[in-house]
Design a protein around this ligand. Structure first.
Ligand code: AHR
Length: 320
């Protein structure tokens, strides 16, 4: 007997809960997006460590950035009869059918780090940051840094159709409202990868007559920022001074860049989404406790004033 969407909270479920398998005996399927960024690799490592610490049998599936692979993996988990499923959804839409199947099989689903556009009853909870707020924090930092000066910003977007790409763009644009001296002049996806971030930045520099017109880069993650820094250096400009760099994630490599003055600010996204997810699942499976639909993680701004070398030393062994 397990507490399911149909039975959670019901007296019968609670009465029988004492006799069922405890959360530490759970088998959990994890559909991960891939390994596009340092942050993503860290999330995978932390999830595996959290599962091991709690005695959870974690079945891991790497989707190589493809939603179709995620849907196939989720169907496989359902067929195996896992106790719960974690999904880091690559894009925001197209999940209803497979989530209906999980619901019919009475398998609770927890979303990790990205949100989806689907009815809330199709998943137990979502553990994510406020991605609009992340973009706003990055934008507010730039507004404060630039003051009244004229500033052309180029934007490296995350994966097209993913919730962080949509929301981080919206939040940054909110921050620029009423600051007509700062404008986004170019915006393109770099797919959250270092390689594409560099390629797109090279094309921006070329299109902007060598890059002298560019005042700042806003990258939806640190990996794309690191790629952009490389492109700026190869173009003979100084990242961090000629062109300001603000991004999101707070992975160790961006702190190295900040320590050498080549990046300016980053907004932290914790890679530990699994801890709160497993806590919510344990409470739900053991006694039917319904978590809130959104478990929000923190978003902290780091700048060069935060001793980036020390932050790098503290973070570098954490699995990024
Ligand atoms: O969904 C979180 C984002 O996905 C991270 O910011 C990025 O690095 C990753 O690929």
């Amino acid at each position: 007997m397990k507490c399911t969407f149909a039975t959670a909270g019901a007296v019968a479920c609670l009465a029988m809960a004492a006799g069922m398998a405890m959360a530490q005996d759970m088998t959990v399927g994890f559909s991960q997006i891939g390994s596009e960024s340092g942050w993503r690799a860290a999330e995978t490592t932390v999830t595996q460590q959290e599962a091991q610490t709690r005695g959870i049998d974690l079945k891991f599936a790497d989707a190589q950035q493809k939603q179709e692979n995620q849907i196939k993996a989720i169907r496989g988990f359902i067929a195996q009869g896992v106790d719960a499923i974690l999904i880091a959804p690559v894009v925001a839409t197209g999940w209803d059918a497979v989530l209906e199947e999980a619901k019919e099989a009475e398998i609770p689903v927890v979303l990790l780090d990205r949100q989806i556009e689907a009815p809330e009853e199709l998943y137990l909870t979502a553990v994510t940051s406020d991605q609009v707020y992340e973009g706003k924090v990055a934008g507010d930092w730039l507004v404060g840094e630039v003051g009244d000066a004229d500033c052309n910003v180029v934007e490296l977007q995350g994966t097209t159709g993913s919730s962080p790409a949509i929301n981080r763009k919206a939040g940054f644009e909110q921050a620029l409202e009423g600051h007509d001296n700062i404008r986004i002049t170019r915006s393109q996806t770099g797919d959250f990868t270092r390689t594409k971030g560099k390629e797109v930045m090279e094309s921006f520099i070329k299109a902007e007559g060598g890059g002298a017109n560019i005042c700042a880069v806003y990258a939806h993650n640190d990996d794309m920022a690191v790629g952009a820094i490389q492109a700026i250096k190869e173009a003979g400009l100084n990242p961090g001074t000629d062109i300001k760099i603000v991004s999101i994630d707070a992975v160790p490599d961006i702190f190295l860049a900040m320590a050498s003055g080549e990046a300016n600010a980053t907004v932290e996204l914790t890679p530990n989404m699994a801890g709160p997810a497993f806590d919510a699942l344990a409470a739900f499976i053991n006694d039917g406790t319904e978590p809130p639909k959104w478990i929000q993680t923190e978003s902290k701004l780091y700048t060069q004033a935060d001793d980036p070398q020390a932050v790098y030393e503290a973070k570098k062994d954490l699995g990024y």
